[in-house]
Design a protein around this ligand. Structure first.
Ligand SMILES: [Fe+2]
Ligand SMILES: [Fe+2]
Length: 192
């Protein structure tokens, strides 16, 4: 690859390995959050978005700790993806042992689990509108172990801490980023 991968190439890579609608929506939600944070921090929106979009591209076929990202990073390197992007992607799973030592890596980790939790919080609302999800309600649900039990609460808290952002502000920020693509997430837009 002569230049860095484009959004189109990232999308093609994701779809080459993934047809599960939930995983595709997860990728789009994380992409939206990454782009919003890149703008916020004055970083490169295109590369942050691409990293968000592909971070789990190998997950459907390799869902275990001994395969997810082990396979994915090998494929990315074989295809000539930039090493700093590959490392940021790898670092979203602690078991890969890659330090989250860049703003891109810290942000990916911070938005990954939270985006799934926000989707779950939207889906239990009668209007299913992610834009209307309240920070207070998300914080309460984080303490409720029975709610969205697949989401690691520690990762959500640690993610905000490592990024150096207030948890409440972080929840609102990611919610608003995801709300901008509510249609693609198949969630209704803000009530008008
Ligand atoms: Fe992952
Ligand atoms: Fe993920």
């Amino acid at each position: 690859m002569s230049e860095t991968p484009t959004r189109d190439e990232a999308w093609a890579l994701l779809r080459e390995f993934t047809d599960n609608p939930s995983l595709i929506k997860h990728a789009l939600g994380v992409e939206a959050a990454m782009r919003a944070y890149a703008r916020h921090f004055g970083e490169d929106e295109a590369s942050w978005g691409v990293v968000g979009l592909v971070h789990d591209f190998d997950y459907q076929q390799n869902p275990t700790e001994t395969t997810h990202l082990h396979v994915g990073t090998r494929i990315l390197r074989e295809r000539g993806w930039p090493e700093d992007w590959v490392r940021a992607i790898a670092s979203h799973a602690d078991y890969m042992g890659v330090p989250r030592d860049t703003p891109m890596a810290k942000t990916l980790f911070a938005v990954d689990e939270l985006s799934g939790f926000l989707t779950a919080a939207a889906l239990v609302r009668p209007d299913k509108a992610i834009a209307e999800v309240q920070v207070k309600s998300v914080k309460k649900k984080l303490k409720d172990k029975a709610f969205a039990r697949g989401v690691n609460r520690d990762d959500v808290r640690r993610g905000a801490e490592e990024l150096g952002v207030d948890l409440g502000e972080h929840i609102a920020f990611v919610r608003d980023a995801m709300a901008t693509i509510a249609d693609q997430l198949e969630l209704p837009p803000r009530n008008s």
